[in-house]
Ligand binder design. Structure first.
Ligand code: DX5
Ligand code: ZN
Length: 220
């Protein structure tokens, strides 16, 4: 039973020509968060959307905007994303000269702080900051594109982080992102994830029945 599982659909798989409507549909379909993948064509080999679009999307829902920044350098854009209406701002430690300073900057804008680890990035990049952050996002594909295959080799890292969170009694969302489907979501939850990001499964499976796909992921 996984009633405490949160689902954060990635709008990377939505129709970018009608993002507002897509987000309203996700809201009605029972999404907990809205996962917004921001890519710059530099930190990752793809370009998506920026703060101006997020600002325009903000009024369509009250759901938490879970903004995943795959941009480098990241610090100079934090203010823009905060003011655009991001609720959680997640960055990659490789995208900043000082993880500590980036955390401080996000907090200055009263936003929740997330840190993301790419599949090959080590816990050592973030272990000093567990007391200061709200979310850890474990990438289970190389960041850049929707529709890639889940990499089970990240599961030991997910388990290890879950152990630290539990042992230290911390309130940190542990999010898994990349290639999540109806078959592997239980494995990710069993390894400790409590937030599932999903793009292609939610938008493409069962003829795009968002409600069904969200509840299938949640109840796995
Ligand atoms: C990848 C992104 C994603 C991901 C989700 O860089 O961070 O959020 O594409 O899409 P699926 O679920 O299709 O892997
Ligand atoms: Zn993402």
């Amino acid at each position: 039973m996984s009633s405490n599982i949160k689902i954060s659909p990635s709008i990377l798989s939505a129709d970018f020509g009608k993002l507002g409507e897509e987000i309203v549909s996700l809201d009605k379909a029972g999404a907990d968060y809205i996962h917004v993948d921001v890519m710059d064509g530099h930190f990752v080999p793809n370009i998506t959307i920026g703060p101006e679009i997020i600002k325009k999307l903000r009024p369509v829902t009250n759901k938490t905007f879970d903004v995943h920044l795959m941009i480098k350098p990241v610090d100079k854009y934090i203010k823009d994303f905060a003011e655009a209406g991001a609720d959680i701002i997640t960055f990659h430690p490789e995208a900043t000269p000082s993880t500590k300073e980036t955390i401080k900057l996000i907090k200055k804008f009263n936003k929740k702080v997330g840190i993301s680890l790419k599949p090959k990035s080590d816990i050592g990049l973030i272990d000093k900051y567990f007391d200061e952050i709200d979310l850890i996002l474990i990438m289970s594909v190389e960041p850049g594109f929707a529709g890639q295959k889940f990499m089970p080799q990240v599961l030991p890292k997910l388990k290890k982080i879950k152990e630290i969170i539990t042992n230290r009694n911390l309130e940190i969302d542990l999010e898994i992102d990349g290639g999540i489907n109806f078959e592997n979501c239980k494995t990710a939850i069993d390894a400790g994830a409590n937030v599932l990001v999903s793009g292609s499964t939610i938008f493409k499976k069962n003829n795009g029945d968002l409600k069904k796909n969200i509840s299938l992921l949640r109840s796995s």
